[in-house]
Design a protein around this ligand. Structure first.
Ligand SMILES: Cc1cc2nc3c(=O)[nH]c(=O)nc-3n(C[C@H](O)[C@H](O)[C@H](O)COP(=O)(O)O)c2cc1C
Length: 378
């Protein structure tokens, strides 16, 4: 991961993005850290964690996936929520600190659906259809063994989920966020609806891809209707999933165009294409030479964030210079280098990400212990 200084790196150019004036094109990608209080209230330790990225020069921070209702949305124990006044007050501390450090911050709104492995509000899980999820629960977020089979969501359950996203976006604005990102990627609820093998519904939310993207579009439209035209409502999408890295949209570019257009029509401000644990280029190529991020830009005219291995600064430069995306988001590289933009500007090499910092769980406490041990060794 050591990268040579690239003078005039395009990621360092300022950008007006989603109504925000950003000093550079580097965003911290959303990362679950399972470090909130048991009732989902963000902690002072989380405030320090998010502030460090803003101090390190990241123009934009996107928070970890945050649960949106007191029914089925929570995915892990110690995941933060945005469903109570206490949550809003604690997030307000965090947004205030990030703003004071010169950063902007978006809240990622997440409903885990069938991929919930810890929910204080319900023992069972719910998803589009009663299909057993692939793979096993993730130990780094406190799970083990097979996922339970979800209960098929009724129309009333779907309405509750949409209301959860909408109400959470309203609370996010109260908490001082610069906008929200709707998590429709990586295998969680909205992606379960989008995915052919997890969505076997016979109603208007199932069937062809135009129907399967309907729920995400309704979530975006619901937030837009509630918060007006100026509020930033991004959407994160991915082909791969935390429990199925190699999944690809069956219709390739044709599916992608339908999905992107539906979300743009619903009022999305930007699209963020995730590459779950993979390099952007491994997941970006669709039919022929077109990349998923370039296609998203072309089809919608919206700004697009590319993700996946952008700590490789040569790849990062290519993605921007060749017009594949407007912004880049960095996850593992940001954990290893919370000051990545400052390092890039000063020509310093980047530290290599070590997965041990997230073991045995991806908590902030474990990362702190890892860092202390690493410093003691050097
Ligand atoms: C510890 C950890 C937690 C993550 N949690 C989330 C999350 O809450 N929401 C999300 O959309 N992606 C999440 N991701 C995926 C990252 O945002 C990103 O897509 C992935 O790590 C690839 O980017 P990278 O190569 O820069 O690491 C997580 C990744 C890591 C390493």
């Amino acid at each position: 991961m050591m990268s040579a200084f690239t003078p005039g790196h395009p990621a360092l150019l300022p950008l007006r993005f989603a109504g925000l004036d950003l000093p550079n094109r580097l965003a911290v990608a959303p990362m679950t850290r399972v470090s909130a209080a048991p009732d989902g209230t963000p902690t002072p330790e989380m405030a320090d964690y998010y502030t460090e990225f803003a101090e390190g020069g990241f123009g934009l921070v996107i928070t970890e996936g945050t649960y949106t209702d007191t029914v089925y949305s929570q995915g892990y124990r110690n995941q933060p929520g945005i469903v109570s006044d206490a949550h809003v007050a604690a997030w307000r501390e965090i947004t205030g600190r990030v703003h004071a450090a010169g950063g902007r911050i978006l809240l990622q709104l997440m409903h885990a659906g069938a991929l919930s492995q810890g929910n204080a509000y319900r023992d069972e899980t719910a998803g589009p259809s009663a299909v057993p999820p692939r793979g096993e629960m993730m130990p780094e977020y406190g799970g083990s063994g097979r996922w339970p089979i979800p209960r098929e969501m009724s129309t009333a359950d779907i309405e509750t989920a949409i209301a959860g996203f909408t109400g959470s976006a309203v609370r996010a604005r109260e908490a001082g966020f610069d906008g929200v990102e709707v998590h429709a990627a990586n295998g969680y609820l909205l992606d379960q609806f989008l995915t052919d093998y997890t969505n076997r519904r016979a109603d208007s939310y199932g069937g062809d891809v135009a129907n399967r993207v309907r729920l995400t579009a309704e979530v975006v439209a619901g937030i837009r209707a509630e918060l007006g035209p100026g509020f930033c409502v991004g959407v994160r999408l991915s082909q791969g999933k935390v429990n199925d890295f190699t999944h690809r949209w069956a219709g390739g570019a044709r599916d992608a165009e339908i999905i992107f257009s539906a979300l743009a029509d619903a009022g999305a401000t930007y699209l963020h294409i995730a590459s779950e644990g993979r390099d952007w280029i491994e997941t970006a190529r669709l039919d022929g030479d077109v990349t998923i991020t370039a296609l998203a830009r072309e089809v919608t005219g919206l700004p697009v964030v590319a993700n996946g291995g952008m700590h490789d600064l040569a790849q990062a430069a290519r993605v921007l210079a060749d017009g594949h995306a407007d912004m880049l988001s960095v996850a593992r590289g940001a954990l290893a280098n919370p000051d990545l933009p400052r390092r890039l500007a000063r020509g310093l090499t980047l530290d290599r990400f070590d997965h041990a910092m997230l073991e045995p769980m991806a908590t902030l406490g474990n990362a702190r212990r890892w860092l202390r041990a690493a410093r003691a060794m050097s």
